[in-house]
Design a protein around this ligand. Structure first.
Ligand code: ADP
Length: 171
């Protein structure tokens, strides 16, 4: 039998930006696990809106008053990050059947790479099942309103980022 350490769970993702679907999953995870590390993947090949450092800062501030939540970034394999933290539990959000195939493959691959790794799937409230970071960026990028879809401080950062993009500073 493999050995899992359930004291600490890692919730990995891009979180570019963090939206209320992610927040819902974190809220659920802290009800189950004593400590939750939100792991922000530094993915050089992916066009990102916010740098990993900006995301760590933004999400870290949001959870500054929640001692059971820690925010860190990582690069490379998730299983290496798990080992570094001495963790075995991976939290993933499952929005719909469309998430299933990819998530199932990832869970099995992670277990192959690290037999102690155990993936726990959590489902958000129905109202967040259609939400994704990509959609949030698309909507705000086209001038749509994303309030009520992202935490208030994240909304401020998004608005500032897109204002800057549409009104570049004049020389
Ligand atoms: P996104 O799809 O929003 O870009 P990430 O790559 O940051 O998300 O995903 C991190 C984790 O959060 C994944 O497990 C993903 O399934 C989960 N997740 C993303 N959006 C939601 C949502 N609306 N509700 C629940 N979980 C979600």
């Amino acid at each position: 039998m493999v050995q899992t350490t359930a004291a600490l769970a890692v919730y990995p993702g891009s979180f570019d930006p963090l939206h209320l679907g992610h927040v819902d999953i974190i809220d659920r995870a802290v009800q189950i696990f004593p400590r939750v590390v939100v792991g922000i993947l530094e993915n050089a090949s992916k066009d990102s809106l916010f740098t990993p450092a900006e995301r760590v800062e933004m999400i870290g501030r949001l959870y500054a008053e929640v001692p059971s939540v820690e925010v860190r970034s990582f690069s490379g394999l998730l299983v290496s990050f798990l080992k570094e933290l001495d963790a075995t539990i991976i939290i993933r959000g499952m929005r719909a059947v469309s998430d299933f195939e990819y998530e199932f493959q990832m869970a099995l691959m992670n277990r192959r790479l690290y037999p102690n790794a155990e993936t726990v799937f959590l489902t958000p409230k129905e109202e967040y099942t259609y939400l994704s970071s990509r959609l949030v960026k698309e909507v705000i990028g086209l001038g749509g309103d994303v309030s009520g879809l992202v935490p208030e401080p994240v909304l401020g950062h998004l608005q500032a980022r897109y204002r800057k993009a549409t009104h570049p500073p004049t020389r």
